[in-house]
Design a binder for this molecule. Structure first.
Ligand code: ZN
Length: 379
């Protein structure tokens, strides 16, 4: 079924609720006829009064067109039939350069009287070009496989915060190193985002608190791999692997933390308020306890705290999966989906999403998606 046909059908489905706005073609022709009759009728019926009040006829060559009756208007507002609507919206959409809903409404309202907002939204959702460049308002909830860490230092994440717009001396980047289980977080200023500098700072941290088994980063697997290679050169015995490049699941907390850290630092730099006060809880959104471990706290207490952090993480993972089930109702096999292309893998002019087809669904609701280039290896 082609787009226009699908679009028309959806308009006819909503026709029931919008009887006085939408006009099927035969209805349009009928009204034109009735109007002609009404203008000539010596004694007018209520229906004829109604029609004369609402519509006016405009002679275009040998065709009669329905326009909205309004005194002294410059441009006539045409009534469009359901059959014409697709072309009208398409023209406006192209004219506005694949414009958004509001742009299109503005364009269309110059000429037409009865194109509904819903119709425009439906059209927009069908435009392939727009689907591909569509921005996602939120990535929260694209949760399918939460990561659970067993212990402190089993998994850690390193991210860079871009501070180039307000650099401090030579330092333009902030490195955020966060342990995945305890959310214990260490900040380091960087002068560049070279892997070697990151590795140097990481080595310093590892010599202090031990190295994690898995290192992951928001900045892409290539970056992480480079950092790890650099680390290995400095510390040949170090054994470390890189985790999945970008994990929306684990990312949630780290992202919020990074935003928080940046905001706090900016506030601190401009107002000079106490840094330590603000930074001791960089992640107030999450419910997990943040165990701080001064030397005096006994091993047992640390163990208990980590236990509870683990529990909390598990609970959160369950919550995330639950929420994702609600937000993303399960997708039918063979239906079309858009898969976001991560910003790291995408050139400036590339579309934001790639369109794929769901080919298979496994038991734990992971989908296999086929795209033009083949089947995506991550579910
Ligand atoms: Zn478009």
């Amino acid at each position: 079924m082609d787009l226009e046909e699908t679009f028309r059908r959806s308009l006819y489905t909503s026709y029931g609720e919008n009887k006085c706005i939408l006009l099927p073609k035969d209805e349009y022709i009928k009204i034109v006829g009735e109007l002609l009759e009404a203008t000539q009728a010596p004694k007018k019926s209520p229906r004829q009064f109604y029609l004369l009040k609402k519509y006016e006829l405009l002679q275009c060559g040998d065709v009669q067109k329905l326009i909205r009756k309004k005194p002294n208007q410059e441009h006539p507002l045409h009534f469009a039939t359901i059959e014409e609507t697709f072309d009208i919206i398409k023209r406006a959409h192209i004219a506005t350069g694949h414009g958004g809903r509001d742009k299109m409404i503005k364009e269309i309202n110059k000429k037409y009287a009865n194109i509904t907002q819903d119709a425009i939204t439906v059209f927009k959702s069908m435009c392939i070009e727009c689907q591909r460049k569509r921005k996602r308002t939120t990535t929260k909830g694209i949760v399918v496989k939460p990561i659970l860490s067993k212990d402190f230092s089993s998994r850690a994440q390193v991210d860079l915060i871009d501070m180039q717009s307000m650099c401090h001396g030579q330092h333009k980047w902030i490195m955020v190193y966060q342990d995945h289980l305890t959310k214990f977080c260490i900040l380091r200023p960087l002068t560049s985002k070279h892997a070697s500098e990151v590795a140097y700072q990481l080595l310093d941290i590892y010599l202090l608190q031990g190295a994690p088994s898995i290192l992951q980063s928001d900045n892409g697997s290539e970056f992480t791999a480079q950092v790890i290679t650099e680390l290995k050169q400095m510390w040949p015995d170090l054994f470390i692997v890189h985790g999945k490049p970008r994990h929306p699941q684990s990312q949630g907390s780290v992202d919020t933390a990074n935003c928080g850290i940046k905001d706090m630092l900016i506030a601190w730099m401009t107002h000079g308020t106490g840094l330590l006060d603000s930074i001791s809880h960089p992640n107030p959104v999450e419910a997990e306890p943040v165990p701080v471990s001064p030397i005096s706290i006994r091993q047992e207490e640390i163990r208990l705290q980590r236990e509870s952090a683990r529990d909390a993480q598990f609970q959160q993972a369950e919550r995330m999966v639950k929420r994702s089930r609600i937000v993303f109702s399960s997708v039918q096999i063979k239906s079309n989906v858009t898969v976001p292309i991560p910003s790291v893998d995408r050139g400036r002019a590339d579309p934001r999403n790639i369109i794929g087809v769901v080919t298979e669904c496994s038991d734990n609701e992971l989908y296999t998606i086929a795209v033009k280039g083949g089947i995506l290896d991550r579910k």
